[in-house]
Design a protein. Structure first.
Lengths: 230, 56
């Protein structure tokens, strides 16, 4: 499954880049700077989407006491954090030429920055507790509580008067952008999505292996075993 | 094709620095993540084999 997702991701991103950089026309207001949208929006969407998925796994883990769910939470966090970082960074790259500032303390930007800290918190909490079960539960609770920030990020552009523009694409209304641009952006999003699947599943396998090794190391050895080694 | 020449493409209407930095850093992050995962996987496999050999 992992190579399959990886291949689909590479194809979608390649076609998305082709459309976004070579086919799509320029934006009449923002000039060529708008092309950052082809990485910025997919990265920002993934940062929120992955957080929700991570929180759902944490909820399942906490509710059913399922170890595999916590392993998925652990596998998702770094990729989610990376996309949050990329959304912020490409946002700064877009903000400088269009707003004249790398960063403003606007509701959308601030809540997205908080999301980055939440990912960091979830990961740090896990590594700072030695006992695996307690680490799982603590970071699971942290992930679950933090999910309140997701609707805040999403609706921030409606609730507050932000410098960040409102949504160009939504579930309820027709997209406010040209079809070519939309196609490129959706392809990039699909590519990032497939990429995340491949990377997260592959990291989950690492986590499973690492935890198995840890258990074997810490397995109490019997007298006979120790005597056998001697 | 939208662009007239390669230099026009690279300039991005004067926004080249911002556009290309965004795309290149995104690509670097993703490639780095894949490479880091490969190494992590190799290490995890090596460690579990080592333990199996020690105990086995």
């Amino acid at each position: 499954m992992i190579p399959w997702f990886g291949t689909v991701a590479a194809l979608a991103i390649a076609v998305g880049l082709y459309i976004g950089l070579l086919v799509a026309p320029t934006d009449f207001q923002q000039g060529e700077a708008y092309r950052i949208i082809f990485v910025h929006v997919p990265a920002a969407w993934m940062s929120m989407f992955l957080y929700v998925v991570m929180a759902v796994w944490a909820a399942v883990g906490l509710g059913l006491n399922a170890r595999l769910s916590f392993m998925m939470t652990q596998a998702i966090a770094p990729t989610g954090a990376m996309f949050t970082f990329l959304a912020l960074l490409t946002g700064a790259m877009w903000g400088k030429p269009t707003w004249g500032a790398w960063w403003v303390w606007d509701a959308r930007l601030t809540s997205e920055l908080i999301l980055l800290f939440q990912y960091a918190g979830v990961m740090l909490l896990r590594t700072s507790i030695d006992d695996q079960r307690r680490a799982d539960r603590a970071s699971g609770v942290c992930a679950l509580v933090g999910v309140v920030n997701i609707p805040i990020i999403y609706f921030s552009v409606q609730w507050w008067n932000t410098l960040h523009q409102g949504a160009s694409v939504s579930m309820t209304a027709a997209p406010k952008m040209a079809t070519v641009m939309l196609t490129g952006m959706l392809l990039m999003t699909f590519g990032f999505w497939m990429y995340s699947l491949a990377v997260i599943l592959s990291r989950a396998r690492c986590v499973i292996l690492e935890r198995e090794s840890l258990q074997l190391w810490s397995k109490p050895s019997s007298v006979a075993e120790v005597a056998g080694v001697r | 094709m939208y662009w007239g020449s390669l230099s026009e493409f690279l300039e991005m209407g004067g926004y080249g620095l911002y556009v290309w930095t965004s795309f290149i850093i995104t690509a670097l992050c993703m490639v780095w993540e894949i490479l880091a995962l490969w190494r992590r996987r190799a290490a995890a496999i090596a460690e579990s084999r080592g333990i199996v050999r020690d105990i086995g």
